[in-house]
Design a protein. Structure first.
Length: 269
């Protein structure tokens, strides 16, 4: 069972920038709240005032007493995070959500990441390596600038890189590489833009390969009160990303329903 969530105010320990768009924020919580790979936290500057009003859901990049997140600048909230200086206080609520499930015995994990969807997968990869399993990873982006932390992932996985413009790795998309890597003894864990995950889920379903996705939707609370994060469920009805996800069997989601809007990976702005 996942640890119960905590709400803390913690200072920013450091901010590491990778160009203007991507930043890793590390917080000094002072104690280990028990975050597991795949879980997320709600983040808001403690001194932001009334705007932006809502916290931002962010995947854990690492846990422990100094947890970190990967931020892509896309809106007012993430812009404020990208400008934060060490010592600035942040309100953190977590750990939240369902983590990645334990890998299946006898299957090699294949991690498929797009953009900032690398964060929960890098956290997972570190745990796998610590347990004695080196995963295969596929990491894709529009350009080489959209591959933050690719060097970190390369150190602990057998990494394949794709870019749509060919500026790094193989020209194309992650699905161009995935087909050749699928076999009876593998399973897939993926996080990235919805369209990417839908394509990965479809390939895995056709090949009868287990696939787990880390989904993201806009949300206000992160723990099932606001009911603002529904995803269309296979067979009808809805799945709430914050309580039944974010990590969930890809077959439980109806990727083709009109009320499943496309979103970019990396949690809300």
């Amino acid at each position: 069972m996942a640890p119960h969530r905590s709400q803390v105010v913690a200072p920013l320990l450091r901010r590491e920038s990778m160009g203007d768009a991507y930043h890793v924020l590390t917080f000094d919580v002072g104690r280990d709240l028990g975050a597991a790979p795949g879980q997320f936290l709600m983040v808001r500057g403690a001194e932001w005032g009334d705007a932006p009003l809502l916290p931002r859901p962010m995947s854990y990049l690492s846990g422990g007493p100094t947890p970190s997140i990967l931020v892509k600048v896309v809106g007012e909230g993430t812009t404020r995070m990208a400008r934060a200086e060490p010592g600035e206080p942040f309100s953190l609520v977590g750990p939240l959500g369902v983590p990645w499930r334990a890998p299946s015995p006898g299957r090699r994990p294949v991690l498929v990441a797009g953009g900032v969807g690398v964060a929960p997968l890098l956290f997972l990869a570190r745990g796998l390596v610590a347990a004695g399993t080196r995963p295969v990873a596929i990491y894709g982006g529009r350009t080489k600038k959209d591959l933050p932390l690719d060097d970190d992932l390369a150190l602990i996985s057998d990494l394949h890189v794709t870019t749509e413009d060919g500026s790094r790795g193989q020209r194309g998309r992650v699905t161009d590489v995935l087909e050749a890597l699928l076999a009876e003894d593998v399973e897939v864990f993926t996080c990235g833009p919805d369209r990417m995950m839908a394509a990965v889920a479809d390939i895995c379903a056709r090949r009868d390969v287990p696939c787990e996705v880390s989904v993201e939707t806009p949300m206000a609370c992160g723990y099932g009160v606001c009911l603002g994060c529904p995803l269309p469920a296979a067979g009808g009805g809805y799945i709430y990303a914050c309580t039944e996800g974010p990590c969930i069997d890809a077959r439980r989601i109806d990727w083709n329903r009109p009320d499943h809007p496309p979103r970019a990976a990396g949690r809300a702005s």
